[in-house]
Design a protein around this ligand. Structure first.
Ligand code: CCH
Length: 272
């Protein structure tokens, strides 16, 4: 039985590899994306998908176009798994996201171990469950409602786009959302409201939004948080109140990582 000291040792090892001179933005942002994509396949109706099982180890899920580039995060974590072979991949990937948020200046996200790795591909959810960056607010609500999130939680979660960037060779999109892509803050909301966003078509034919100086970007799906009046109200609140964002983000991200994780009363108390 692993103790909380064992998990602390894993946390320390994750912290050590997050800053990396050779990797743009280090590994923090991509660890957050890995934790989210491992969890965001959950379907509340069929109770399938989610981080339990770590099914992104299998071809079906790793080859979903939405997961392009996440092999970089999984490979970076592999030496930590080799050093601590008792930890499940599901726990390691979600913990890496939580540690990254904290290391980059964000809130403490509640996290519990207990994910059990699936042994074969049959546990993997079908492709296409993650949100499509090209789409609008109707699609976003559909996808996040399927996971069990309401408007306020959806707006809080998208604030993670303060971190990292889009890579042309991974998603087809290009650029960072903020001027501080290695700091967890409420700049996604501040910039969404304060910059003048216009359409930009990349040479690949992909459409995104740029600010006047073309130094930062928004995806069409991000821009929907500006145009949808209900989303926008919450965006305005988080742009003004960083603490409200941090509190709501920590709760929503913690909930995301728990989706589909079996909990008995025993593991329920083994918080970490
Ligand atoms: Fe995201 N995200 N995301 N995202 N995402 C991308 C990158 C990151 C969408 C699309 C994209 C969330 C929600 C959405 C991160 C965290 C979260 C990319 C670029 C696309 C496209 C990938 C690339 O090219 O490398 C869409 C659409 C939605 C919802 O509608 C949520 C929720 C979270 C976490 C809570 C992070 C972090 C990144 C940066 C990764 C990096 O490598 O820098």
């Amino acid at each position: 039985m692993s103790t909380s000291e064992d998990y602390d040792a894993v946390r320390e090892d994750i912290k050590k590899i997050i800053p990396n001179e050779e990797v743009k933005d280090g590994f923090g942002p991509i660890f957050v994306r890995l934790a989210w994509h491992a969890s965001g396949t959950y379907d509340i109706n069929t109770k399938t998908g989610g981080s339990n099982g770590a099914t992104m180890r299998f071809h079906t899920e790793s080859s979903d176009a939405a997961n392009n580039g996440l092999d970089i995060a999984r490979d970076a974590l592999e030496p930590i798994r080799e050093k601590h072979p008792w930890i499940s991949y599901g726990d390691l990937w979600t913990l890496a996201g939580v540690v990254a948020i904290k290391e980059l200046g964000g809130p403490t996200v509640p996290w519990k171990p207990g994910r059990i790795d699936a042994t074969d591909e049959s546990a993997a959810p079908p492709n296409g469950r993650l949100p499509d960056a090209e789409k609008d607010e109707q699609h976003i609500r559909q996808v996040f409602n399927r996971m069990g999130f309401n408007d306020r939680e959806i707006v809080a979660l998208i604030g993670a786009h303060c971190l990292g960037r889009c890579h042309k060779d991974r998603s087809g999109y290009e650029g960072a959302w903020t001027f501080t892509p290695t700091r967890f803050n409420n700049q996604f909301y501040v910039l969404l409201l304060s910059q003048n966003w216009t359409e930009k078509v990349l040479d690949t034919g992909v459409k995104q939004f740029k600010n006047d100086k073309d130094t930062i970007m928004m995806l069409p799906a991000d821009y929907a948080f500006f145009t949808d009046p209900e989303f926008k109200k919450i965006v305005e609140e988080y742009a003004k109140d960083k603490q409200a964002f941090f509190n709501d983000f920590a709760a929503a991200f913690g909930k995301l990582l728990e989706l589909g994780v079996p909990r008995s009363s025993d593991t329920e108390t083994a918080t970490c």
